[in-house]
Write a protein that binds this ligand. Sequence first.
Ligand SMILES: [Zn+2]
Length: 179
Amino acid sequence: MDRLTTINTKEDIFPQYRDTPIGLLLEYHNLNRPFDTYDNARLLIGMCMDNRKHLHIPDNFAYIIRAGGANLRYSEFKVSYAISVGRLSHIALIGHNNCGMVNLVDRKELFIKGLVEVAGWDRDRAEEHFRHFAPMYEIGNEIEFIASEAIRLRKQYPKIQVAPMLYLVEDNKLYLIKE
Ligand SMILES: [Zn+2]
């Protein structure tokens, strides 16, 4: 948690992000900047599918890819699409605390039982499903994962600015991750 930077004023935004779409996201969401009007998206946001998070941003401002743990490793084509067709040069990668994609093995039984009871799967299939996919979707630690994912995306898309952030579910604010 000591890697998180609180954003209470525009000056708290790291200089490299200030006055970019990444800085604007922080201003809209954390600082209640009045909404501007957009005809085209300016920013790609990658965030978790978790229901506890809601961003305060203007209409048309951003493309949003929601995936467990804000893990974009399996959304590559969608990221490429947003960059190429959407002409976006900035990505905000937003993890959050208490993410369900941390320590999946703890929820293995719940997962299997749920698929059997709610979806009507047989147990063997549900077990195999968990065994196959859990290692791909496990993120380990929210902050470290988002920071490493930002590095991976910068390597993949060298001209794109990628900002790792964390959303705290207790106060619904965005925090910049120090790298
Ligand atoms: Zn999550």
